[in-house]
Design a protein around this ligand. Sequence first.
Ligand code: HEC
Length: 166
Amino acid sequence: MRTLLAIAASTTVMLSAGLATAQHRKHQDQMGRMNHMDHGAPAADSREFVKFPPELVDHTLANMRDHLLTLQQINEALATGESEKAGKIAEERLGMSSLRLHGAAEVAKYMPQGMQDAGTTMHKAASRFAIEAQNVGVTGEMKPALGALGEVMSACVSCHAGYRLR
Ligand code: HEC
């Protein structure tokens, strides 16, 4: 029990360290834009290394590239006024419906809790975006959909800030 608590506590510390690093980097970026002379030293890599079996690393990275492609296709569909299509793409490829497609159950057992949580946050946010994207057709109001899409991206960002596979 004590070990479990210790693990939980250290995961929390590492997660907040990851977040702090992300915020620090953001701050540095802002400073960088304000003062182009100040390039600063690159921040040390504080991401937690997560050991996946090699074939699962390849599978996960391929999935990741599809995640980015998906964001591009969602953006394109929104830009051409096809918000329903954007919602459908999000639900099928990133949302709760995509869990089986990605073999999530098999991969999840190698992930620390914080990484699993980031994944769950992303899937839920994508499903929320899908609903907001459907609503655009009714309300003509794009802002809630864009906000939900931002939450999807922030789940990508926070997991990337905390974990690495190689
Ligand atoms: C649960 C954690 C997690 C989430 C959520 C996540 N990623 Fe990743 N992603 C990773 C990890 C870990 C890597 C590997 C980093 C490394 O070790 O190089 C990665 C790598 C990538 C790569 C590089 C792939 C390659 O071939 O090297 C891309 C692109 C990427 N992610 C896109 C996304 C996008 C877009 C999203 C959100 C829609 C997303 N990821 C959400 C964990 C996550």
